[in-house]
Design a protein around this ligand. Sequence first.
Ligand SMILES: NC(=O)C1=CN([C@@H]2O[C@H](COP(=O)(O)OP(=O)(O)OC[C@H]3O[C@@H](n4cnc5c(N)ncnc54)[C@H](O)[C@@H]3O)[C@@H](O)[C@H]2O)C=CC1
Ligand SMILES: O=C(O)/C=C/C=C(\O)C(=O)O
Length: 478
Amino acid sequence: MKAEHYVGGVFRSDGPAFPLIAPVDGTELGAVPEATREVVDDAVAAARAALKGPWGAMAAEERAAALRRVADGVQARFEEFVDAEVADTGRPRAFAETVDVPRAVGNFRAYADLLYGRPERAYTTRVPGWSSGTGEALNYTVRRPLGVVAVVSPWNLPLLLSTWKIAPALACGNAVVAKPSEETPSTATLLARVMDDAGLPPGVFNLVHGHGPGAAGEFLTGHPGVDAIAFTGESATGAAIMRNAADHVTPVSFELGGKNPALVFADADLDAAVDGTVRSCFTHSGQICLCTERVYVERPVFEEFVSRLGERARALDGYGPMISAGHRDKVLSYLRLAREEGATVVAGGGAPEFGDARDGGFHVQPTVLTGLPETARAVREEIFGPVCHVAPFDTEDEALALANDSPYGLAATVWTRDLSRAHRVAPRVETGIVWVNCWNLRDLRTPFGGVKASGIGREGGEYSLDFFSEPVNVCVQI
Ligand SMILES: NC(=O)C1=CN([C@@H]2O[C@H](COP(=O)(O)OP(=O)(O)OC[C@H]3O[C@@H](n4cnc5c(N)ncnc54)[C@H](O)[C@@H]3O)[C@@H](O)[C@H]2O)C=CC1
Ligand SMILES: O=C(O)/C=C/C=C(\O)C(=O)O
């Protein structure tokens, strides 16, 4: 798969090239063009021009039809998308087949569907006491697109997360300039091919490749021609983007890091809790922002839970690598640090040896730790790998205090058979998402995002459509 920029309806590969490395075995997959400031300028200008063309005048139904053509186009090239995502990320093929590509198709279909039934105008009538001034008026609110939207996405779920933003941005009538992670350019390039085939007018969707700081990401997010930024990635990157966007007061929607807690009560179905925690800690080798990294277990079942989780972690097979040598080294450095801080390693704890080509790749063993104080860096900082720390608690209040003692607030899981407890605890967990007796069960209409350092705003369903459009009130004196 050759990575290319897509600007104003034209594929191009100008800019210096950098190598794309396969995380599964460390081999070189190809070269990626690094977008210069000029390429980014061209992309923003093409997007601006597209808003003045047929796209800007298109009815919602026609935009919905365009999104459906894109969904069909991704579906038609299903295997190519799977191949590209597997090559770039090293993830198990089944994951790309069941999560990444179907969800990308679903993202376009969901927002096409949502455009129907969304009132184009919302009316208010005069209510005494709520209105000032004299005379009767008819107020109505119309929604218009924001303009040029920058979509900056990470490497962990490349196609899923970029389309999660691109689809609603286009649904609302914006033009998009997308910058995928430098580690995972391939499915984005394929998506540009699909957009081209689907007949989107030139400039409605643009793609630039390259790095973040001092490069394409920074050029794009600080660009005066960008009207909004949708970003998923690390919290520190979100802060850097916000500083850059501040000069132009560009609105942002941020989905950032997490240090997600799981609360396992003694009354839980322990089989389900162990099963769910294996999934929530180790899916995609922990490289999903929703993954659990802190597990708190009520003391009567603590020993049994740790022993069963450790056993399951040791038995995991066929897990994928970390995205890069750099990220593998970061995760391993946390494991060294955890040992220095006094951790007991129940399972894993290092890099595996396979005795085959995978030893050239960037793997880390699924790891279960115990015994660290809550102040330990491995308990407080996002590791973003297959690593969890398990600690005991004695009371519901203590469990909540432990869960909430974090600068992050993205997602939590609560495991209990006691419905009253579930409803009592869930609203008191300081995260944007709380799953009870499940993990990552997703309905694309629900609010998705984090509190504290885990994000700004919500995406999903109407929440995305609200971010990617601007309400304008029209007041007509009668
Ligand atoms: N919570 C989450 O959703 C994710 C968290 N991470 C965490 O972030 C760490 C670093 O991973 P990265 O992929 O490098 O994440 P990142 O947050 O640095 O990068 C995400 C995207 O932002 C771009 N970017 C980076 N710096 C930028 C800047 N100053 N201005 C504009 N764009 C910029 C990157 O090129 C990429 O497209 C990981 O080790 C992991 O801990 C990574 C991916 C997702
Ligand atoms: O939308 C989903 O189902 C998953 C989202 C995951 C992230 O946002 C992430 O890992 O960064």
